[in-house]
Design a protein around this ligand. Structure first.
Ligand SMILES: Nc1ncnc2c1ncn2[C@@H]1O[C@H](COP(=O)(O)OP(=O)(O)OP(=O)(O)O)[C@@H](O)[C@H]1O
Ligand SMILES: [Mg+2]
Length: 496
């Protein structure tokens, strides 16, 4: 094929096509059934006729040599590619003219790619690539044909391709939505001074891009807050990617973080895999339970934070990444530094901004709004309106010491709701749903609850008497809403 060396061939009559066309099955069929001799001695005439026949169906053709350099290209393909009239591509590596060409693979493997779809701008074309071989079977080059996208018999393939493309786009969108953060700052419920200050701090920090460390006991909402920080920041449109140090085995953490270059593991997965750092590029990387990070990974992470570059496993190239780190820990990190389980230099890198979430027992005032928000998300029977939690039940909840914090509160409410016969959650249900230990409610407290309920009942009756039985006035006198008042009447058996 090197003999062509860029010389434009008369259309349909290139020399050197004999071996290709006679070897192909289609030509064999065209040489007819009787003349088996035609297979032995190439019938060049018929072969060229076949090529001419094919010419009506393809939109362009291209020939490359053994090194995948262009040796011939027809005018229609030139037009399709939009090559300048004076430009001679011969001798150029094919990828310089057609960036994603597979011709090199065909000459390297000696195997054809009979049907493939290639995109030219908005158009999708079917392409067919066949290796050219000499008499000994050695590859001398390859020829590629581009077929019309308008012909009927290609329509099913192209339709299928378009469908798969749409499905891929949808899957990618769903994936990026899943990666995007779910919670905003308003999902972090609480009105106590401590929570208000915490939220104000988040808003201040959001404008800065520094690494942020969130500390707090289990179930205080560290993960929720990490999402909220991302949402509040300039990176909200970027990905939110989480890695839980406690959940990933140490041997896999490095690959998980920094990715794997193709063929890094012999035999295994030959494809490359992106690490979480790369996936979080342009967004936020949440390092959950950072106190559990093994020391070896700590020093690698430190290097990445210092250089802003990652090096995938088994590769010798580095990549720049732009990621904001938000870390969380339920453990006392300074104590872990003292016991040499956590690097002090890493600590100072990630604790540029710090947020400490107070435990629930230090903000019992938030319990009422938390119950409201958590119950809102608790499933209820279709005939039930909203859940109603009564005052006595609330006061019972406020006397629990909440070692599991908001998560535990959520669990207790869920248990109570599951046991409830109606939309009303009373103290009996809460008592049954609370864990047996951890509460200082046994003994005196039920008496207190009874006393409080008694006092409320007395107050209601007194108000009604003062207002001559007018319920609206009585409600106003007690400082409760109309619906709350009716609810209380019902609870105390006074609504008749
Ligand atoms: N302030 C809050 N408002 C609403 N829901 C909250 C709040 N804090 C926590 N939650 C809920 O409590 C549960 C636990 O929260 P999260 O997983 O964020 O806690 P965590 O601090 O990461 O816990 P752990 O240390 O156990 O991982 C979640 O369902 C979360 O939605
Ligand atoms: Mg967590």
């Amino acid at each position: 094929m090197a003999a062509h060396s860029g010389r434009p061939l008369p259309s349909g009559v290139p020399d050197g096509y004999g071996p290709l066309l006679v070897q192909s099955a289609g030509t064999r069929q065209m040489t007819g059934t009787a003349e088996s001799t035609a297979l032995d001695r190439p019938n060049v005439e018929q072969a060229l006729a076949a090529f001419g026949l094919l010419r009506d169906y393809f939109e362009g053709a291209l020939i490359v040599d053994r090194e995948a350099r262009i040796t011939w290209i027809d005018q229609r393909y030139r037009d399709l590619l939009g090559l300048a009239p004076g430009f001679d591509p011969s001798g150029l590596p094919v990828e310089q003219v057609i960036p994603h060409s597979l011709m090199r693979r065909v000459v390297e493997t000696g195997r054809p790619v009979l049907v493939d779809i290639m995109e030219f701008g908005e158009r999708q074309l079917v392409v067919c690539r066949i290796p050219l071989k000499d008499g000994t079977g050695a590859v001398t080059g390859a020829i590629g044909f581009v077929f019309y996208d308008r012909v009927d018999y290609l329509a099913p393939i192209l339709e299928k391709f378009a469908l798969l493309r749409r499905q891929l786009t949808r899957a990618q969108t769903a994936l990026s939505e899943a990666r995007a953060s779910k919670y905003t700052l308003s999902s972090f419920v609480g009105t106590s001074p401590a929570v208000r200050e915490l939220k104000a701090q988040v808003r201040r920090y959001a404008l800065r891009d520094g690494a942020t460390l969130i500390t707090g006991e289990t179930g205080t909402g560290k993960e929720l807050l990490a999402h909220a920080i991302h949402q509040q920041s300039d990176r909200a449109d970027g990905p939110f990617v989480a890695v839980n140090m406690a959940a990933v085995p140490e041997s896999l953490l490095e690959a998980e973080f920094f990715g794997v270059a193709p063929g890094a593991y012999t035999g295994a997965d030959r494809k490359s895999r992106k690490g979480k750092f790369e996936l979080a590029h342009g967004g936020t990387l949440f390092l959950d339970e950072i106190g559990d990070m093994p020391l070896g990974i700590q020093s690698k992470l430190l290097r990445v934070l210092q250089d802003g570059e990652i090096e995938p496993l088994g590769s010798n190239t580095v990549r720049k990444v732009d990621v904001r780190i938000v870390a969380a820990s339920a453990q006392d990190l300074p104590a872990r530094i003292a016991s040499r389980q956590f690097r002090a230099d890493l600590y100072y890198r990630i604790a540029v901004l710090t947020l400490a979430i107070p435990p629930l027992r230090e903000r019992l005032g938030d319990i009422a709004v938390l119950c409201e928000a958590l119950l809102e998300a608790t499933p209820r029977a279709p005939d039930q309106r909203g859940w109603i939690i009564d005052a006595e039940a609330l006061s019972l909840l406020q006397r629990h010491d909440w070692p599991g914090n908001v998560r535990e509160l959520g669990n207790v409410l869920e248990r109570a709701a599951a046991m409830a016969a109606s939309e009303r959650i009373d103290s009996g249900l809460i008592r049954a749903a609370l864990p047996a230990t951890g509460t200082h409610d046994s003994g005196a407290s039920p008496e207190l609850a009874t006393l409080m309920a008694e006092a409320e009942r007395t107050a209601i009756l007194a108000a009604l008497e003062r207002c001559g039985g007018r319920k609206l006035d009585a409600a106003r006198a007690l400082g409760v809403s109309r619906s709350q008042f009716y609810e209380k009447l019902k609870r105390h058996g006074l609504s008749a």
